[in-house]
Every structure is written in C-alpha cells, then in structure tokens.
Design a protein around this ligand. Structure first.
Ligand SMILES: Nc1ncnc2c1ncn2[C@@H]1O[C@H](COP(=O)(O)OP(=O)(O)O)[C@@H](O)[C@H]1O
Ligand SMILES: [Mg+2]
Length: 282
C-alpha cells in the first residue's frame, strides 16, 4: 500500500499552486530516531518505510489545499533518494474551535492513526508528529485516489464492508467530521480516510455521512476488531500510546466507547443534541 506512494527522488516534482510565504526556517533531514516498540506486530507493507520517510525526511511545502479549513499544506518529503507527497498540518495553523482545546488537532490525527493501526483497519495513511517549516505538526502520507470512484455514491453504499468498518472506526474515535471528501478510495479497493483532527471528544459527538447502518447489528468482523482494541486499551499498551496525544479522560472515554459497542453490538444511532451530519457534507 504505502509503498506505491514512495517514488524515487524527482528533481522536478509536479507542484500544485503555492500561495504561502516562504518557511521561516529550513528543516533539514533529521537523524534516525529510536524506533518505537511496535506493539501491534506486523505493519502493512511499506508502512514502516513511509513512517521513517515522514519522520526523518526533509519537508518542502508545495502549496496549500485551498478547500481546507485549517492550514493544510501539500508537501514533498525527501530522504536518501526517496520521496513522497504528504499533508502537513502545523499546530500553529489550527483554527480555534469552541468545542476542542486549541492546539490539539494534530495529536488527535496521530491518535486516530494509532487506533486504526492497532485495530488492523489501516484506514488512516501513515501519520507522524514532527517539526516542519511552520513548527510542529502532523504529517500524513498523501494517498492518490482511484479517479473512477464516485465519492458521493461510495458514501451512500450499504454493500461495502470496508466502508461499514469505517463507520465502526468513526464510532470508536468519536469522529465529529466524517465528510464525503474525507473518504480516500484507492485503486485495488483499499479504503483510506483523512482529517481526524476533531475526534476523541469525551462527549458523544459522532457526526458523519455514514449513518446507513444505524441501529443494525455490527458485523462479526467488527466485533472481533473491537475485542482487540478492548484488550489493547485494557492491557495498557494502546492506552499508553494514546496518552501521548489525548487526555487521560479522552483515553478512558475511548475505552468506554469500545466497551459500549461490544455490549450493544449495534451501530450507534445519531446523537439527539448534536448535528449528526457534517455541513457541508462534502
Ligand atoms: N493524506 C491524504 N491523502 C490524500 N488526500 C488528502 C489527504 N489528506 C487530506 N486530503 C485531501 O485534502 C482535503 C483537505 O484536507 P483535510 O484533512 O480535510 O483538511 P481540513 O482539516 O483543513 O479540512 C481532504 O478533503 C482530502 O480531499
Ligand atoms: Mg476536511
């Protein structure tokens, strides 16, 4: 998967429009950090290389994603003859929100990546926290979409097992922003998702375009996955990973959501006191 996104270094990358001022300081290649203990075991093919490149590579801002609400920057990351495209969201560019503590969105994106990986869902592209030209932020591998997929039709499908699993993932992370444009289907059938900055609130804030399974029994596979997450949260290794990016109460709330899903074995219903669908939905 991620391997397909890593290409040999190209002296003339295809750059999108850049309307940003120059970075305030250069960000050189960084030394190799100690690899974190991988509590999950096998990573998807190419994932480790992608993480290393994202963590250590020299980051060059190519442009700003114009439809993005925060400072969401399209970048190239290069190291030792390898390069890839990525999204870099500096903490300093986060728009203040009334319902999420300021400066925490990048960490929530990492937490979503950790949950997705721990579950074996692998919905979230490789994502790291690192320093960049506009300060610390999250850096996520860019995923090239399958151009033949109609995203609006995809979001409405009821017969798409990965999409249904993504609805369970969103319930676990309490995703308050699953828009149609946050679905990233790639050639070959793998489904990714992006923009997990406003997730992991303690209160129930699920806001999504994927309500088509509300109240229906969870697929057996989702139940097995939730059990794995439950064990990771109870054993502490996943809780410990998440603790680097969320408050103790938010980690506890994540464990409680997993237990609630396992007890009810149904897809959640929309909240009564909260807009259940993002606006705009795309
Ligand atoms: N890792 C990624 N791979 C491919 N496309 C992405 C990725 N991250 C974001 N995008 C695209 O960029 C758009 C804006 O990014 P997003 O994360 O939604 O920013 P914002 O938080 O500002 O809404 C997304 O809707 C999606 O189309
Ligand atoms: Mg978005």
């Amino acid at each position: 998967m991620a391997t397909g996104q890593l290409v040999p270094e190209n002296p003339a990358p295809d750059n999108p429009v850049s309307d940003l001022p120059g970075p305030d300081r250069p960000v050189p290649d960084r030394p190799v950090p100690d690899s974190p203990q991988d509590a999950v075991g096998e990573l998807p093919e190419g994932e480790r290389e992608a993480l290393e490149l994202l963590e250590r590579g020299a980051l060059t801002v190519e442009g700003r994603l114009v439809d993005a609400s925060n400072a969401t920057l399209y970048c190239t990351v290069r190291s030792h003859g390898r390069q890839a495209q990525c999204v870099y969201k500096p903490v300093a560019g986060e728009r203040p929100l009334w319902d999420f503590p300021h400066g925490t969105l990048a960490g929530r994106e990492i937490a979503a990546y950790l949950v997705s990986r721990a579950a074996g869902w692998n919905f979230v592209p490789p994502t790291v926290m690192r320093d960049g030209p506009f300060g610390p932020g999250m850096c996520q591998l860019w995923i090239d979409l399958d151009p033949s997929v109609d995203l609006i039709r995809l979001a409405r499908r009821t017969d798409h097992p990965p999409l249904r699993e993504m609805a369970v993932f969103d319930a676990v992370i309490n995703n308050a922003d699953r828009k149609i444009g946050h679905l990233l289907p790639v050639t070959g059938g793998q489904l990714y998702g992006c923009d997990h900055g406003i997730c992991f609130a303690e209160e129930y804030k699920l806001r999504t375009v994927l309500w088509q399974w509300r109240g229906e029994p969870l697929p057996p596979r989702a139940v097995a996955t939730l059990r794995r997450l439950s064990a990771g949260l109870a054993d502490g290794w996943l809780a410990a990973e998440l603790a680097g990016h969320l408050t103790p109460a938010e980690v506890a709330a994540t464990a409680a959501r997993v237990e609630l899903l396992l007890a009810s074995r149904v897809h959640p219903l929309p909240p009564d006191d909260w807009p259940a669908v993002p606006w705009p939905p795309y």
